[in-house]
Design a protein around this ligand. Structure first.
Ligand SMILES: Cc1cc2nc3c(=O)[nH]c(=O)nc-3n(C[C@H](O)[C@H](O)[C@H](O)COP(=O)(O)O)c2cc1C
Length: 199
């Protein structure tokens, strides 16, 4: 009998998520742009699309898959609306929920705090029960010195985007990341028309 490691998340069904919520915070609109492109790729699977400035925290607990988008401000801080919103989620239990993170930053302007807010957001969200994390992302191709968004030595906790310096990479990174999310959550592949919409 082979020695199969125990599933660390036995409560998480490996069936495709029936409900996807995208929640984002965005000060000048770039994270909102990314959120919109992600939504276009996932189509009708996205049942809620919210700016956290207006969202009800309880809604986070109503989805199988949460895609959470944030930017970093003020040298390592969470974007203002997330900064206000995250403490309001503290009563939630996201056990059984799958979570993926995406983030905007500026690696050239802020190389020692690149994407820090994504790490801070995950630290807050992971404490709400034990949500399953998908969509970690390789750091290859990013030029920075330090980040609180590291998952391990080679990966961010979620998708890193730098629309300030590399807008030409945003669409491709999003498409590849959404494909990864689809694989890790048993969703069917992105239809070609949705790929075209995002680019
Ligand atoms: C004052 C200021 C501070 C910033 N601090 C950081 C930072 O510490 N780390 C980082 O990766 N990006 C930082 N950025 C870059 C923003 O995260 C980036 O411009 C992002 O695209 C903004 O997204 P939003 O408009 O969706 O909020 C900073 C930008 C400004 C203007």
């Amino acid at each position: 009998m082979p020695n199969v490691p125990a599933d660390p998340h036995p409560q998480h069904a490996r069936t495709a998520p029936a409900s996807i919520g995208i929640f984002y915070g965005s000060t000048t609109g770039t994270t909102q742009l990314a959120a919109t492109k992600i939504r276009e790729q996932l189509g009708t699977l996205v049942t809620q699309f919210e700016n956290v400035r207006k969202a009800d925290p309880a809604d986070l607990a109503t989805h199988d898959l949460l895609l959470l988008g944030i930017s970093t401000w003020n040298i390592g801080d969470m974007q203002d609306d997330w900064f206000d919103f995250l403490p309001r989620t503290e009563h939630l239990d996201l056990t059984g929920t799958t979570v993926a993170l995406f983030a905007m930053g500026d690696a050239y302007g802020y190389p020692y705090t690149f994407l820090d807010a994504m790490g801070k957001l995950w630290t807050g969200i992971r404490n709400l029960g034990s949500p399953r994390l998908v969509g970690t992302w390789p750091i290859t191709g990013y030029d920075f010195d330090e980040s609180l968004a590291m998952h391990d030595d080679d990966h961010f906790v979620g998708l890193g985007l730098d629309h300030d310096n590399h807008p030409e990479l945003t669409d491709e990174r999003i498409t590849r990341w959404v494909d990864k999310i689809r694989q890790e959550t048993s969703l069917s592949p992105t239809p070609t028309h949705a790929r075209n919409l995002a680019s």
